[in-house]
Design a protein around this ligand. Structure first.
Ligand SMILES: [Zn+2]
Length: 411
């Protein structure tokens, strides 16, 4: 799986997940890799399923310790496989000019966070197909390795588990990881956005029609259809229907329905995001920013700012300007953190966020870039700056207002 920067309005975003609040593993091939806490659930489920059912069935003669160690190794290697899938996206993406800074592994797989969308359908296609191909290659490699190590295994077609009893832990691991990676590759190739296969489909339609928004609409519709199939299958399993490959039962069914629900949401969200980008991508930020903000001198006492600024007006942040140049921004929060006792002795320059640490946009930036930055940095406003001079302020509300009232809107 792969999605856009999901804490920002970029295509393929998956709501509410994938923030960098997990365990940082470090940098691999120039990409920051972290594990989301939710992954512990997957790790535990895999280790439990293997140690509680699969491995004792394959190897009735194994002791509990051997079973447990093999199960934990399998779960860890599975996470490693998912990581390789994501790294394949990241490395190919970079080659094709898509900036990728970090990868998060979380409960439904992994996510490579893109800085913006691929610029061409070729880049989208190459980057999307790289992950599943890596999984398929890895799965094949594991199976070949198992064959090379174990030699021919005597399999009884009636009960394939029986023949497995002869092989050791390493071959057992390989024989489990091989098919699992192949399934992972095939699942992600399902042509429903935002799965990798859906991105492939979008790239192809984009290439054929030249219309990214229409391509996203169609790929997202396919994604939602697939999501409904998963949900329906999940409920059928909960009701006791046996589904080939998935089996039956409430736990597997619930899991499948949950993945379906998640995918459907992501598909809807992706299309909505694309519509916003389509509408805002060509609008310069100067069209949506507001100019009627008040600025303040850096030498002003904080007490004056409180009395004549924050208490008198609804504005929650002031641009700090001297000699016509933007020096920083001071917010209600800066003043609160300082503490009442210091308000009459400190000046605005002491508490403001200085220009060096400020996130700003240029007048040539698009409104969609500003919206993405607002979300990514978690800030409420961005100064629009040209040659050190502030031209205006842009907030989320400004952009929403433009979406509702701007030319071409429904209003
Ligand atoms: Zn993927």
């Amino acid at each position: 799986m792969r999605s856009g920067r999901n804490d920002a309005p970029s295509g393929g975003s998956e709501p509410g997940l994938g923030r960098a609040n997990g365990i940082r593993l470090g940098r691999i091939a120039g990409v920051e890799v972290s594990l989301d806490w939710s992954l512990l659930i997957v790790f535990t489920l895999i280790a439990m399923a293997l140690s509680g059912g699969v491995l004792p069935h394959w190897h009735p003669d194994w002791g509990q310790g051997k079973v447990l160690v093999t199960a934990i190794a399998a779960a860890a290697l599975f996470l490693g496989s998912v990581l390789l899938h994501e790294l394949a996206h990241a490395v190919v993406g970079r080659r094709l000019g898509v900036e990728i800074r970090r990868i998060t592994l979380f409960v439904f797989g992994g996510m490579a966070h893109m800085e913006g969308e691929p610029k061409t359908w070729q880049a989208e296609l190459g980057m999307a197909i790289a992950g599943p191909l890596a999984s398929l290659a890895l799965g094949t490699l594991f199976l070949l390795m198992a064959g090379a190590i174990a030699g021919p295994i005597d399999l009884d077609p009636e009960d394939p588990g029986k023949g497995l009893a002869q092989v050791g832990p390493v071959v057992t691991l390989l024989l489990w990881l091989g098919p699992v990676n192949i399934i992972l590759g095939l699942f992600n190739l399902v042509p429903g956005f935002p799965l990798d296969g859906g991105r492939v489909l979008r790239a192809v339609i984009w290439g054929l029609t030249g219309d990214l928004t229409r391509a996203t609409l169609m790929a997202a519709a396919a994604g939602q259809t697939f999501a409904w199939v998963l949900i329906a299958t999940g409920f059928a399993m909960i009701l006791g229907v046996s589904v080939p490959l998935f089996g039956s039962g409430p736990i597997g069914g619930l899991w499948l329905a949950l993945i379906g629900w998640f995918l459907g949401n992501a598909a809807r969200q992706s299309y909505r995001t694309r519509l916003i980008e389509d509408r805002l991508g060509t609008v310069p930020v100067t069209r949506v920013m507001h100019r009627d903000y008040q600025s303040i001198d850096p030498d002003t006492l904080v007490q004056d700012l409180v009395d004549n600024g924050f208490l008198a007006f609804s504005q929650r942040a002031y641009l700090v300007v001297s000699d016509g140049k933007l020096r920083g921004v001071v917010s209600l929060e800066d003043v609160r953190v300082l503490g009442r006792d210091h308000w009459s002795s400190r000046r605005v320059a002491d508490v403001m966020t200085p220009i060096e640490r400020l996130h700003t946009v240029a007048p040539s930036d698009s409104a969609s870039a500003a919206l993405a930055l607002l979300a990514e940095k978690g800030v409420n406003q961005l100064p629009v700056v040209e040659h050190g001079r502030a031209l205006g302020l842009v907030t989320r509300e400004d952009i929403l207002k433009w979406m509702v009232l701007g030319p071409g809107s429904a209003a």
